[in-house]
Design a protein around this ligand. Sequence first.
Ligand SMILES: Nc1ncnc2c1ncn2[C@@H]1O[C@H](COP(=O)(O)OP(=O)(O)OP(=O)(O)O)[C@@H](O)[C@H]1O
Ligand SMILES: [Zn+2]
Ligand SMILES: [Zn+2]
Length: 848
Amino acid sequence: MLPTFANPLESLDPRQAAPSTAEGQAAYRLAEGDARWVEALVDCPGAQELYTYQLPPGMAIVPGDILSVPFGGRQLGAIAIRLVAELPASLNTAAIRPVEEVVCRSFFPAGYWDLLQRVAQYYCTPLMQVVRTALPPGLLGRSQRRIRLNRAALPDAPKGFHPAAQQLLDKLQSQKSGDYTWQFLQRQVKGARAGLQELLARGWVESYLEPPAPVRPKLRQAVTLVQPDGADLSPRQREVVEVLKRSGGELWLQDLLQRCQVSSSVVKGLAQKGWVEIQPREVLRAEAGGFGGGVGAEVSAEIGAGPAELTPDQAKALAALTTLQQFQPVLLHGVTGSGKTEVYARAIAPVLARGQSALVLVPEIGLTPQLTDRFRARFGEAVRVYHSALSDGERYDTWRQMLSGDPQIVIGTRSAVFAPLPHLGLIVLDEEHDSTFKQDQPAPCYHARTVAYWRAQQANCPLILGSATPALDTWAARASVPSPAALLTLSLPQRIHARPMPPIEVVDMRRELQQGNRSIFSRSLQAALMELRSQRRQGILFIHRRGHSTFVSCRSCGHVMTCPHCDISLTYHQAQAEGYESLRCHYCGYGQTHPNRCPACESPYLKHFGSGSQRVVQELALELPDLRCLRFDSDTTRAKGSHRALLTRFAQGEADLLVGTQMLTKGIDLPQVTLVGVVAADGLLHLADYRASERAFQMLLQVAGRAGRGREPGRVIVQTYSPEHPVIQAVQEQQYEPFAEQELAHRQSLGYPPYRSLVLLRLSGLDNAAVKHTADLLAVQICQQLPQIDLLGPAPAAIARVDNRYRWQILLKADTFSDAEREMFKALRSHVPTSVSLTIDVDPLNLM
Ligand SMILES: Nc1ncnc2c1ncn2[C@@H]1O[C@H](COP(=O)(O)OP(=O)(O)OP(=O)(O)O)[C@@H](O)[C@H]1O
Ligand SMILES: [Zn+2]
Ligand SMILES: [Zn+2]
């Protein structure tokens, strides 16, 4: 049976397409033609709600217009959100002030507010919160309102009645362009507002928002090797030349100096002799071409135009995609290394040519620099990147450029699903199974895939979901019988050039121990690692870090060191520059020094266990001292741009092995990687979550997929203490379908998504009793009002305390949740005291 509403891709309740009425206020009536009021989002930091303003006679406003409104004693920018015909009787309509002016029309694409409203309704969140999620911070605050003369309408000797109007005219006319910022004019002219009113009314001036200036790229000094050999070089200069050569002939000056540990005078000396050139540059050619020349050459060769020929599978998928001109969700199911990115790029090209834009959503920009590089190399200026790590200014600028309506490609993370592209022709979600597409908190707890589905529907354009390991929700939505708008599946069952998938070898670590191997590396992994160096190949070592990987426990009494604020074990951190070992909580950040003796029994045998990436690198240094390792995890990639820097160093052959966590699984495409090792798969297998198997399967297959993407065949070694686990078996066979079918059957029998829907109510607060009491109260409310819904709990969350806050949860299950039920969940807030916070997570992915 196919799921019904539980799956957002499958069937949508048509009632949801209609915008909701004002939140919780039944007395409001939405306007059709008879609007007299407008509700606006005012650009004032403290302003939480929508404010109501009067529509002056003759002023036409549509949602999305930028307004100028009175607020206290000030005049502020605001966005018109919706028009209202009738206000609740309790409001004193005489006290409602009028909108001053429409500053800018249609700042948002058509239908944008319907989308936000739909998100608010489905995810049981106040509209305001959705608006804040969607819009870049400070959108209005930055808006540059300007005033210019309307010369065509100006009489020969214009005379303003109001003294301020005259002054404004004088100011504007004194300027050749007849144009000033409103801020400037307000400072220069007393009573400028009243003066402006008059001039606007006469049509002699107009106010507008300054169009977005193209973001000026930051230029950096780049060093390019022009002559690769020279007799008269000093040893230091020779070293610089060598490093440049190894880096494909080009590096940023800063990177070069750092890598060679020389002063800039050495490089300048080289420039004077004509060996190198130093120039300001926006990007390095090497960067645009993947990860530099040298080792990554195979990648660079295909950049730009892309590969000359598609594989037959790619061609077939592309042909199917290019015929689609309407709303159509598509699953592009292609094994790792099958060339999905190329298919996206070629599907996008005609969209741009038609004058439309495309939206490409990826799990994390920093982790997939290659995708951005490939698109930049091919589409150049038309590519924009949008994600929350941009500065407020960058986000604002990009937002304005997106609104311009020029055909463009926006590549972004989760929140980019709200990118205001007016003529959307295609949406792509790459690695659609990735759970970073779901927001856990704050509300709205939206899934970018669900919102993308609505957007594509609204824009009447195709939606491509790409993955080697599709989310089971997506897989289940494939139509058994083709019907319009049902999920269409296209597959790329083979790697590029029919390269084989790497065989996956499972090693039973219990047997290793029995046979006397106490190392965290099995003998076969040790041997494979040893070969890397001699064969000049590279490897990736994957460590699952979450869970109990680096806890500290007492070998005498079993006491485990835990965080005093959260009920989870502390993580061991090796001595750093400060010189002492420390223990840290990864939820709340609590830290302490490593005690010498067990706090429970005084035993000195307090040891850290498990295999965090630090520990693994340390162990490698002991066991394989010749192997050059690079660590790639959240500790070593904290700084902006460090993902790319580390990957570039690895791609250039600075290390034999990249050691890291979850981050390694995503989209790395390095042809020279032949070995992938998984240190201990167990941490992944035993999470207390109904999706644990799905997640483990996806993660292991994705990381395995990094091996053997080039000419040399790859090999994968997975170490585990439970080789008989069904997920391990399925991973070894590398067959997605049987795994998916089996797991879905299991879900169906237990009544889990995608067959039934879940809503998780998360409550937290400093006072455990208060949180529990509130949870009990809500549970009673729900049971009384909605007896048809299955209710689990209230129960303490799997991690019962985080950052001193006690956490309780209630899990609700139903075949589908109706609009009325969603409204009821929203209304539950009135039963929650201010000391307790409630988050409503619709379709939760994380039940911890
Ligand atoms: N038709 C082609 N001919 C030759 N090389 C190709 C072709 N299409 C793609 N490639 C190359 O194959 C490699 C793998 O492609 P890509 O990274 O798109 O795979 P993918 O399907 O996204 O894999 P993953 O899911 O593992 O990220 C890339 O280096 C790409 O440049
Ligand atoms: Zn002890
Ligand atoms: Zn803690």
